[in-house]
Design a protein. Structure first.
Length: 340
């Protein structure tokens, strides 16, 4: 079975991350860690949470954890065994093995597997990203902005930008909102800004460093991502509206305007007249009917939640010729119509 691009990237990330944490765990602890007064137990927990995320979704890219299946217990066994061996080997490189460190590793592993019982890949990635941002922001008691000013600024910039992109993906997937509407703009900004507020409020309450500059950088990253998506959608909507005006009724143009069709779906200007759900030999099949364009979009999904697209194509009326349909933003819009 061919691996999806997402699964390949997950496997590559795992192959980089796992040896990386092994090497770091068997090096002398840098003086910077002592200066930052980092909570090593929280760090252990976070490291293994990310490890089990990569490991589970590298093997099961489209599935949640099912405790009745053997796969989850094998992964738990492998990670627990690795955590024990990892601690034992540290005695040979001048570091002190600790039972509490092993328990922190186990806590991170179990937390991840429990979370992945409820969340599929994209939702799990959003949650893991939020946990990572929250813990790394409040991991040190010292002022990281002074110890590592460039690293600290880059972390706030890219971490909140990535979190916002993941949230926008969820908004577009689960909510029936036009990207060009003010309501979408409010929803897209609400969670990232709210999350930033919670993280920084906890920093104040727990006596961690609170930097106004960090808040400004994070808020700028959130705003930039939301504004970019909004403006691109607005441009696509204007373009699709222009294309729509020039479309001569129900007749088929000599050359099917694939780009205009896709952009019209993304902007919400072009909508299916009918949505039909069926099953065929390839699994669940959703058919979106566009009589104005005399075509159908047929999408197969390879998971129960309809998040993962197995195969998708455009089928013109009265023709056996199929056009590949691969635009993820357009598919997200079509999924929303199917859930109405």
């Amino acid at each position: 079975m061919a691996l999806s691009l997402r699964q390949k990237l997950t496997i590559i990330s795992l192959l980089i991350y796992w040896p990386g944490i092994f090497i770091l765990a068997h090096m002398p602890i840098p003086q910077l860690v002592y200066k930052a007064r980092v909570s090593d137990k929280v760090l252990h927990c976070l490291v293994y949470l990310i490890l089990v995320f990569l490991l589970w979704f590298a093997i099961n890219p489209d599935r949640k954890v099912n405790w009745r299946k053997a796969a989850v217990w094998w992964i738990l066994l492998v990670v627990v065994w690795y955590g024990a061996v990892d601690e034992w080997l540290q005695a040979y490189v001048g570091r002190n093995p600790a039972v509490m460190d092993f328990l922190a590793n186990l806590a991170g592993t179990l937390t991840g597997l429990i979370l992945f019982s409820f969340f599929a890949f994209w939702s799990a990635l959003l949650v893991v990203t939020a946990i990572t941002i929250f813990l790394l922001t409040n991991l040190a008691r010292a002022n990281i902005a002074v110890l590592l000013p460039i690293t600290n600024a880059a972390f706030h910039l890219f971490a909140y930008a990535f979190f916002t992109m993941l949230w926008i993906r969820h908004v577009n997937h689960f909510l029936t909102l036009k990207v060009t509407s003010p309501k979408w703009l409010i929803v897209a900004l609400a969670l990232p800004i709210g999350f930033l507020s919670v993280v920084k409020l906890f920093s104040v309450i727990s006596g961690r460093y609170f930097g106004v500059q960090d808040v400004i950088i994070s808020a700028a990253a959130i705003t930039a991502v939301v504004a970019t998506v909004f403006l691109l959608a607005l441009f696509r909507w204007e373009f699709a509206r222009t294309v729509g005006r020039s479309t001569p009724g129900p007749s088929v143009p000599p050359a099917f305007d694939y780009d205009g069709f896709v952009k019209g779906i993304i902007s919400g200007y072009i909508k299916p007249a009918k949505v039909t759900k069926q099953h065929d030999s390839k699994g669940p099949l959703t058919i979106y009917d566009f009589p104005e364009f005399r075509c159908q979009v047929c999408a197969h999904f390879s998971d129960e939640d309809g998040e993962i697209t197995g195969e998708c194509h455009i089928k013109p009326y009265g023709s056996a010729k199929l056009l590949s349909f691969v635009d993820n933003y357009a598919l997200a819009m079509l999924r929303r119509y199917a859930k109405k």
